[in-house]
Design a protein around this ligand. Structure first.
Ligand SMILES: Cc1ncc(COP(=O)(O)O)c(C=O)c1O
Length: 391
């Protein structure tokens, strides 16, 4: 305990204060559990913020990592990386059965979105539509922290003091205003199908379909940010599959690397061709190490039996939450719910060995590893019953 206190005091002296105070630190994990220095066990319903979909210290993944570390970590994109070809083959088939797509690999969700914003503009430019430069994000959307991604992220809290943001990259004040704003100057709209950071809020299916139709009319592109909803999180490989829309560009990260930083941009082939040699790139993006991991993750998660398991576990988590809480929203293993005081609720959960994320003053999000089983769900239910008995 003393060692942990010293570590926290030292953190204040040497780290940026941007993440606020952290009162917990973990030294190891196993499956859906993480352990602190005193070997206290916590059921991890944060999964590193929807990242560790296969859980912690997954044996199959650990041997892929060890093998790749002994073979080749990095070469750069000066050379063809076989793992990129293998992974792209899988992802382009998963994103669409009929339409040809291409893939490019990056290192994070923000970076995938930044690339997608550039690609949308560049595609319009090479298609003889240079006036189409605007990209519009939805109210309450979250797409990351770089200047471009931040410019299409609505939350004022993240933008304060960062102006001027990128001209032409905008957010609208209501869903209808997004549709109304689409004209011949719009290169693309960027959406999440479930707004994770905003409290796990699915976007209305009918609205998304109208948005897609309006973009088709004007030649604007639909960018679907699957950074949080992708890689099985919603019970299908991509979240958009459940919303009846066909994206022009898809961005991915988080679960793709299960904790190894990696991301991807998928785009219809014609759109991807706008990134002619030299127009975009990344030193680390898609390196052999990240690709070995992501290939293993995608092979595992895209298995229909795995996805059926996610839906089954998700239905149980939803049932448990809906018995006690209001406004339970989400899909698969991604749920948000209302509590009277989110910080107090989170602390009560921590005291009972459960980790959750707070995503609003009265809102909790649970995004457990997708490999949870009945025993984890039973423990989750016990913790919830215990919190409710105390309140
Ligand atoms: C939907 C969405 N897009 C983008 C991002 C940014 O991803 P990263 O933190 O990997 O840059 C996040 C992160 O929470 C996200 O949820």
């Amino acid at each position: 305990m003393e060692q942990a206190m010293e570590m926290m005091a030292s953190a204040d002296e040497v780290l940026f204060p941007n993440y606020g105070k952290r009162d917990l630190a973990f030294v190891r994990g196993e499956g859906a559990y993480v352990y602190d220095r005193d070997d206290r066990r916590f059921l991890d319903f944060t999964a590193g913020i929807a990242v560790c979909n296969l859980g912690h210290a997954h044996p199959g993944l650990a041997s892929v990592i060890a093998e790749q570390a002994k073979t080749l970590l990095h070469t750069s994109n000066l050379f063809l990386i076989e793992g990129q070809v293998a992974l792209a083959n899988k992802l382009v088939r998963l994103v669409s059965a009929g339409t040809p797509y291409r893939a490019m690999f990056v290192n994070s969700g923000t970076e995938a979105n930044e690339g997608a914003l550039k690609l949308a503009r560049r595609y319009q430019f090479v298609s003889g539509q240079p006036q189409k430069t605007r990209v519009i994000g939805l109210p309450n959307g979250f797409h990351g922290r770089t200047m471009g991604a931040l410019s299409v992220t609505a939350n004022a809290k993240y933008r304060e003091g960062m102006a001027p943001l990128v001209p032409g990259l905008e957010t609208a004040t209501s869903y209808e205003a997004v549709i109304d704003a689409i004209d011949d100057t719009v290169a693309a709209c960027i959406v999440e199908v479930i707004q994770g950071e905003a409290g796990v809020r699915p976007v209305d299916r009918e609205f998304l379909q109208r948005l897609a139709a309006r973009l088709r009319e004007t030649g604007g592109l639909l960018i679907v940010d699957e950074v949080q909803t992708g890689v099985g999180r919603t019970g299908t490989f991509f979240g958009f599959e459940q919303f009846g829309i066909e994206p022009d560009i898809v961005t991915m990260a988080k679960g793709l690397g299960n904790g190894i930083p990696t991301g991807a941009i998928l785009a219809k082939a014609e759109i991807a061709s706008a990134f002619t040699p030299g127009m975009h790139g990344s030193t680390f993006g898609g390196n052999p190490f990240a690709m070995a991991v992501a290939n293993y993750v995608v092979d595992t998660v895209s298995n229909p039996a795995f996805l059926a398991h996610v839906r089954r576990m998700g239905a149980q988590v939803r049932r448990i939450l809906a018995e006690t809480y209001e406004d339970v929203t989400g899909l698969g293993l991604m749920w948000g719910f209302d509590v009277p005081d989110a910080q107090a609720w989170r602390q009560a959960a921590v005291d009972r060995g459960l980790l959750v994320t707070v995503c609003g003053p009265k809102r909790i999000r649970v995004v457990p590893p997708l490999v949870i089983d009945d025993s984890h769900v039973a423990l989750f239910e016990d913790v919830i019953s215990s919190i409710e008995r105390m309140s």
